[in-house]
Design a protein around this ligand. Structure first.
Ligand code: BJW
Ligand code: ZN
Length: 254
């Protein structure tokens, strides 16, 4: 791991570490990143056009089917060494905040507590009309290879359609999570930005907030992003390899 001793010492002194993750942290668990998630039946779709309230209103079966297919994939997946290393940081630093853009639950399954989900969770459907929570039947949905359109179930209270519990383009982020994420970005002394393209706002502004404040900022991504030259350290490579090595080097063996 190519990291200066001076930076390691500064990281060891950090009282509050914020770990900010995107789809790349789950890629090595076999979950396609947001922009890679359009294969099978959906390969000719545009992710940014499918993840909208307008798309759901126009073609609920197409959108619900896409999420059921992805939910089946998440239920079969396991946390990878990056999720586990992030969970292992809890208790090693005085304060740790995990903020994720991901709609899967792999941080929780790896053992992280109090994860702030900025874009909601795939396993928390709610009614598109009365907004009361709905529920999935237990188990993994039996989705065919490549997926299929599927009519959403109806709300037991008002008969409206259930929708996935995620935040679509044009929708507000959950207020409590967003406020807590901003407060953490404003008070952390180290900020790890892992596996995100940093193009979706307002989530991506958390990193720029931390950069502006002078926190130590470390990006982990195998591909370039617009933040490569703004962060304190850019670690190029897969999260499942880089994150455990970073945690090990700075905070001791996992
Ligand atoms: C690896 C790896 C490995 C691969 N290891 N890394 C300001 C300017 C312009 C536009 C806007 C703006 N403010 C708001 C907007 C509009 C919009 C927006 O940001 N649009 C952009 C496209 C420009 N934002 C919104 O609409 C937000 N709401 C909002 O602003 O409300 C206020 C408002 C309301 C009304 C009008 C106007 C304003 C809501 C955003 C909701 C985003 N929701 C989604 C879908 C969730 C459900 C689902 O999953 O289907 O969230 S979009 C999608 O993007 C998903 C993700 O959480 C999010 C971020 O993507 P992420 O995680 O970065 O994934 P990828 O795929 O982009 O990148 C993966 C990265 O991993 C890559 O870099 C790889 O290299 C890397 N990688 N393998 C490490 N092994
Ligand atoms: Zn309802």
């Amino acid at each position: 791991m190519d990291i200066e001793e001076r930076l390691v010492r500064r990281l060891r002194r950090a009282r509050h570490v914020l770990v900010f993750t995107g789809a790349g942290v789950s890629a090595e668990s076999g979950i396609p990143t947001f922009r890679d998630a359009l294969t099978g039946l959906w390969e000719n779709f545009d992710a940014e056009a499918l993840a909208t309230p307008e798309a759901f209103a126009r073609d609920p079966a197409m959108v619900w089917g896409w999420y059921e297919w992805r939910r089946a994939n998440v239920l079969r997946a396991q946390p990878n060494p990056a999720h586990l290393a992030i969970a292992a940081l809890e208790g090693r630093v005085p304060r740790l905040t995990v903020v994720t853009q991901n709609v899967d639950d792999l941080h929780e399954r790896a053992g992280s507590h109090n994860v702030l989900h900025l874009h909601g969770r795939m396993d928390r459907p709610f009614c598109a009309v009365c907004r009361r929570p709905g529920a999935y039947p237990p188990g993994i949905p039996d989705e065919p290879e490549g997926g299929r359109p599927l009519e959403p179930p109806l709300c037991i209270h008002c008969g409206g359609r259930l929708r996935p519990g995620v935040v679509w383009f044009g929708e507000m982020l959950p207020e409590a999570e967003w406020d807590a994420a901003i407060a953490a970005a404003e008070s952390c002394d180290a900020f790890l930005c892992i596996g995100t393209s940093s193009v979706v706002q307002p989530a991506a502004s958390l990193t720029t907030m931390a950069i502006r404040r002078g926190a130590i900022t470390i990006q982990v991504n195998p591909n370039p992003t617009d933040l490569d030259h703004s962060v304190s350290l850019n670690l190029s490579g897969p999260a499942g390899v880089i994150v455990p090595a970073l945690v090990d080097r700075v905070w001791g063996e996992i």
